[in-house]
Write a protein that binds this ligand. Sequence first.
Ligand code: NAI
Ligand code: MG
Length: 360
Amino acid sequence: TNPSLLILPGDGIGPEVMAEVRRVIDWFGAKRGINFDVSEDLVGGCAYDMHGVPLHDDTMAKAQEVDAVLLGAVGGPQYDNLDFSVKPERGLLRLRKEMDLYANLRPAQCFDALADFSSLKKDVVAGLDIMIVRELTSGVYFGEPRGIFEEGNERVGINTQRYTESEIDRVARSAFELAMRRGKKLCSMEKANVMESGVLWREVVTRVGADYPEVELSHMYADAGAMQLTRWPKQFDVIVTDNLFGDLLSDLAAMLTGSLGMLPSASLGAPMANGRPKALYEPVHGSAPDIAGQGKANPIACILSFAMALRYSFDMGDEATRVEQAVEAVLADGVRTADLLGQEGVQPVSTTQMGDAVLA
Ligand code: NAI
Ligand code: MG
């Protein structure tokens, strides 16, 4: 049977960038004889417009059945005043929660042609290729107790950093598995010097590491990790960290490499019957209402998200590399969407023209 893929283009530029991914998928059928069973559905504001909810139960059920879900982006100003329970991002949160996607993979990869875009010196970022694994379903964003409470004659805001051994164990395993497919180097980041959850984190990651003797494991305090990421990011291969530190460190690492229009991501859960993890792939960027409908959006983040699906859900690493090399070649040729313009005198190409160039 063909690998199955549920495509949820969503709102704003989501459908525009996803249209280019559809062409890449068609290319694989026509040129490589690799056919996907693709179904498409609604998520976010467009689902609300149609069904009154940002994710229909039928769509949720479909997402649980397929090998991988590929999402564009959700949201837009016309939905900003909706009730919290039906806001577009609730559709995305429901997918993540019900699929139990606990490992968020954020690559920070620097294409040489874009090294000038980095906030760092070119030699610090040229050729950079690291992966941050952020725990996504637990930690301080979810721990109880939480809330704003009265205490004496003032209020107190409380959130709780809480991690169970099994929550740390499973995300650590995802990170070690990833390290095995990459440079076999894993750095775990926490604050074991001041946080008990960090002490447990370090202990459990070390224990899981015993199952992966080939992977060189190191530990770093997350604040030192932030310094090292900006000082010499190439010292890292895979980094695993909790939800809060991962939120900060992955945004920091992303900006080492340039534009939001370039950044893919994957969120992985427990292995399914076929051994592959439950998976949702999506660009890091949002629905970009400021440029939606103008053919200006950069489709590369979404195309690279599909490349991640090829690698992590379909075990087609060589085909994923083929897509990444196409992107690399296009950038080396100087093809630029408007978000990537730096040099004067370069004319931006449209979303479709960028798709054309990648296909070519
Ligand atoms: P955004 O990522 O949509 O846009 C930020 C800036 O980057 C804008 O100037 C936009 O034009 C530009 N940009 C983003 N992606 C681009 C691309 N592929 N090509 C060229 N330029 C690109 O973030 P913003 O403006 O904060 O949010 C807009 C809407 O998107 C909001 O409704 C927000 O809730 C939603 N959002 C959705 C996300 C998701 O679906 N995962 C993530 C972030 C925001
Ligand atoms: Mg963030």
